[in-house]
Design a protein around this ligand. Structure first.
Ligand SMILES: Nc1nc2c(c(=O)[nH]1)N[C@H]1C(S)=C(S)[C@@H](COP(=O)(O)OP(=O)(O)OC[C@H]3O[C@@H](n4cnc5c(=O)[nH]c(N)nc54)[C@H](O)[C@@H]3O)O[C@H]1N2
Ligand SMILES: Nc1nc2c(c(=O)[nH]1)N[C@H]1C(S)=C(S)[C@@H](COP(=O)(O)OP(=O)(O)OC[C@H]3O[C@@H](n4cnc5c(=O)[nH]c(N)nc54)[C@H](O)[C@@H]3O)O[C@H]1N2
Ligand code: SF4
Ligand SMILES: [Mo]
Length: 714
């Protein structure tokens, strides 16, 4: 079947100076941006000034979109593997050949195992209507996003209490008087609008309590810093709640009206006094009492941030859950300076984007990961990545035999890549759709190069929030290589399988018109500003009309869904021993000038990066004879690597810390290959280990041994 080429958006070939509105693609935050194109080249990138929140600001990674665009070290044509998986043998092929090959393999897989044996993962976020529509049209229930190793515990905790996911909250930092952050390192793990609001609020006197075993940049900005023991925040929260109830500083009216399960809460925290938590967390009991006095004074403008990537250990779910309970106790829900509930267009009497998933029937087959069924507390719309990989590995509950990794690099973002490779190796077809040589692409059977975010248009994004609206990623440039936009790639695969109706649009404009049907917004309006807001100011629901999407309509401290899953609504805290001798918890985080695993090869960002050192506590290091700058051997159960020790009091004695995104292995990424060490390789055995309630991988339970490298003498 011959497919031709995706039509470029009108005007893209023009050489006159133009301004195009888009959405940054350099990380998951997807900030609205303005692109200046001159002579057919991008000459400037900045925040979209039509968006008052972000203004003209952009972070360093966003600005590195220009060197990313003009870098040649990326897949330039479709490729089909020639040798063994991962061995690096490739054949350049036409789009027709690649797509025919994929369609043939999908047909064979479907015939042998059923269409449910095809899965696709992506990053999640506002463009997933496209990927969901593709998977649904194939006839499979197995769409899933990357959240099992990101925000899934916070997400599922929010659903169990409020009936809405993590993205259903819009913390109003601008007007807050106190923000409490559990390792939410928002000064370095950046979302531009949020960090601007945070800095502005600190400037006008907002208090910030920052909790992290490591002194991050956010810790340096905070008014109070607690160097908590790793994985112990749940004990801390139980003690805070104990004090809040004991001192009776909670919002009694709000709680009486909107919260159920206070009896169960009192019972759970009866003995969790500030003194009780001290040996678990290392935080002095008096500190907790002083903190509770402060939040009493600051309520209801107090935000307990439910976290982003706090999803790391076996009780992470309960850390987020208790943080969200504290918001309810403070009465900080749906008030200025508190946690505002994100509105959909329908919530404010408007119509949202028409969904592509409405074009084909829903799939009723059970999911391979049990999300929403065997695990009723897991959001089926997000899925659970590691359970899908388990289905590849074990064939249970049924085999998954074809897999698309789209904007997702699981061999970087999931723990224990050798274990994951073993599961992926059971596939009949592994397709990577990427703009880079990802670790997963290198292991794939077919690589499809997507046009970069500057070279393509996406479906429109619906942004729910205090001010709901729509966002546009328009095409700024003609693709530099033989790459194509995702909507076109998915359409072509479906057409080959005789399932084309789901995405049967000739141009992106036709698709946009479909999305905008009945919204009262036009493509021309979207083009004019890049974002269209459906409300002229942030919307707060009146308190007397608050209703939550839980089974009871209340904020459910005692959760019906968790009961159904035979899980406690508030588990007993599980203490853990401090690792001694040469053993440490391995902690990790993101660098302000790197985006996950995708940017180390960027010509400018890669230039700013030197091999990642290992932060180690000074007292523990001394006992092991390790001095600052020494080479150390860091070992997991099946893998060890040499790193440089950064000896510092700024990290808890139980932990070592390293940045994520290093240790890349694809030789065609010449700048990144071999630089630094991959933390995911040190997380042996963690691919299939997870928090039973939230479902997230238990990555910070990984223990490593650290020894001074014998050969490294001083
Ligand atoms: N520059 C940059 N910004 C980004 C990203 C990026 O790659 N680069 N990625 C984006 C993404 S995908 C995400 S999810 C967010 C992540 O943003 P954050 O959730 O803020 O996560 P991390 O950067 O992973 O930082 C994790 C912090 O948690 C601390 N920590 C470890 N264990 C514990 C513990 O037991 N308790 C507490 N309280 N803290 C602990 C670590 O020491 C570390 O400082 O950032 C987003 N923004
Ligand atoms: N050990 C350890 N594991 C972690 C983390 C950690 O800090 N340490 N962080 C966790 C977190 S917070 C997250 S969110 C996940 C992230 O996991 P992933 O979502 O896999 O993120 P990345 O590793 O950045 O890989 C993203 C891939 O998408 C590709 N990509 C980028 N833009 C485009 C595009 O426009 N089109 C297409 N087709 N592809 C594109 C990139 O080239 C890259 O290959 O990892 C998690 N895993
Ligand atoms: S935070 Fe930076 S890299 Fe991420 S989308 Fe915004 S500007 Fe781009
Ligand atoms: Mo993330």
């Amino acid at each position: 079947m011959s497919s031709g080429k995706a039509p470029d958006v009108r005007g893209v070939g023009s050489t006159t100076r133009r301004t195009v509105y888009s959405i940054c693609g350099m990380c998951v935050a997807r900030c609205p941006i303005e692109v200046t194109v001159d002579g057919g080249r991008v000459t400037w990138l900045r925040g979209n000034p039509n968006d008052k929140g972000i203004g003209e600001s952009m972070c360093a990674r966003g600005a590195a979109g220009i060197p990313f665009e003009y870098d040649d070290e990326r897949p330039q044509t479709p490729l089909i593997r020639t040798g063994a998986r991962g061995a690096g043998g490739w054949r350049r092929v036409s789009w027709d050949e690649a797509l025919d090959h994929i369609a043939d393999r999908l047909r064979e897989t479907g015939d042998e195992f059923g269409m449910r044996s095809i899965a696709l993962s992506d990053r999640g976020g506002p463009f997933t209507d496209l990927t969901r529509a593709f998977v649904q049209a194939l006839g499979s229930p197995n769409y899933f996003n990357h959240d099992a190793s990101c925000a899934i515990n916070a997400h599922n905790a929010a659903r169990s209490l409020y009936g809405i996911g993590r993205g259903g909250f819009a913390p109003d930092i601008k007007h807050a008087r106190h923000i409490v952050l559990y390792g939410r390192n928002l000064a370095e793990s950046i979302k531009v609008e949020e960090v601007k609001e945070f800095m502005g609020a600190l400037g006008r006197g907002m208090r910030c309590t920052y909790i992290d075993p490591r002194v991050s940049t956010t810790a340096c900005k905070a008014t109070r810093y607690w160097q908590v023991r790793p994985n112990s925040d749940y004990a801390l929260n139980l003690a805070i709640i104990h004090e809040v109830l004991k001192q009776e500083i909670y919002d009694k009216e709000f709680v009486a009206r909107f919260v159920s399960g206070m009896g169960a809460l009192r019972e759970a925290v009866r003995d969790t006094t500030p003194e009780w938590q001290e040996p678990h967390t290392g935080i002095a009991a008096d500190e907790i009492r002083a903190f509770v006095k402060e939040i009493a004074a600051d309520a209801p403008q107090v935000i307990f941030h439910p976290g982003w990537m706090v999803s790391r250990h076996k009780q992470s779910f309960y850390v987020s859950r208790t943080a969200l309970i504290l918001n309810a106790l403070m009465g900080s829900i749906e008030v200025e300076g508190g946690i505002v509930i994100a509105k959909t267009p329908e919530d404010i009497g408007r119509k949202g984007l028409k969904k592509l998933t409405e074009r084909t029937p829903e799939v009723t087959e059970p999911r391979a990961d049990g999300a929403g069924a065997a695990h009723p507390q897991w959001d089926a719309a997000a899925g659970m990545a590691h359970r899908i990989y388990a289905a590849m590995e074990t064939g249970a509950p049924y085999p998954v035999r074809a897999y698309f990794a789209y904007r997702h690099d699981p061999l970087t973002g999931m723990p224990d890549p050798p274990a994951l490779q073993k599961a992926l190796d059971k596939l009949k077809l592994l397709v990577a759709i990427d703009v880079n040589w990802s670790e997963t692409a290198w292991f794939a059977d077919v690589i499809l190069p997507e046009a970069t975010y500057l070279e393509r248009a996406n479906i429109f994004a619906q942004n729910n929030g205090a001010q709901p609206g729509f966002g546009m990623r328009d095409q700024a440039l003609a693709p530099r290589y033989d790459s194509r936009p995702a909507w076109w790639i998915f359409r072509e695969i479906l057409r080959r399988l005789g399932k084309g109706e789901a995405l049967d649009f000739e141009t992106i404009e036709e698709l946009w018109d479909y999305q905008l049907e009945g919204t009262g917004v036009t493509v021309a309006q979207m083009r004019e500003t890049g974002i269209v807001s459906l409300a002229d100011k942030p919307v707060l629901f009146p308190r007397d009309r608050l209703k939550f999407k839980t089974p009871s309509g209340k904020i459910e401290i005692d959760s019906e869904t968790l009961k159904k899953a035979s899980l406690p609504s508030l588990a007993t805290y599980q203490p853990h021993d401090a690792p001694g001798g040469d053993r440490f918890h391995l902690l990790f985080g993101h660098s302000p000038v790197m985006s996950g695993g995708q940017s180390l090869n960027n010509p400018v960002l890669g230039d700013l990066a030197s091999p990642n050192p290992l932060w180690i506590n000074d007292v523990r290091a001394k006992a092991l004879g390790i001095e600052d700058g020494d080479e150390v051997l860091v070992g997991g159960e099946s893998y060890s690597a040499y790193m440089t020790a950064r000896v510092t009091p700024l990290i808890h004695p139980d932990a070592v810390f390293m940045l994520h995104g290093y240790g890349r292995t694809v030789p065609l990424q010449t700048r990144a290959c071999g630089l630094g060490v991959a933390d995911q390789r040190l997380q042996h055995g963690k691919l299939y280990e997870f928090d039973p309630a939230g479902g997230g991988n238990t990555m910070t339970e990984a223990i490593v041994r650290v020894q001074r490298h014998r050969g490294a003498g001083k």
